[in-house]
Unconditional design. Structure first.
Length: 83
């Protein structure tokens, strides 16, 4: 889903080995892409809903992904939410 609003959040510091790509529903992020330092803790500021237990919002580049915090499986994507 393309984000309806866009937010300036600051520079993205990619994990080692990062390659820019658009991920989608059902894809699995590499572990380093959803490490705790990429979690979006203040999701309400960015018009994201509170994640259910076991899921977290993570930032990957300009996008936000709702992922399973244990497997990295993407449940939902918001493309272009950050700039």
């Amino acid at each position: 889903m393309q984000a309806q609003r866009h937010y300036r959040i600051g520079t993205y510091h990619a994990p080692r080995g990062y390659a820019q790509r658009r991920w989608g529903y059902g894809d699995r992020l590499p572990n380093s892409y959803y490490a705790r330092n990429y979690w979006i803790g203040n999701f309400l500021i960015y018009s994201l809903f509170a994640p259910p237990s076991g899921l977290v919002w993570v930032r990957v580049g300009d996008d936000a992904y709702l992922v399973d915090e244990y497997s990295g499986e993407i449940i939902q994507a918001r493309y272009g939410i950050f700039y």
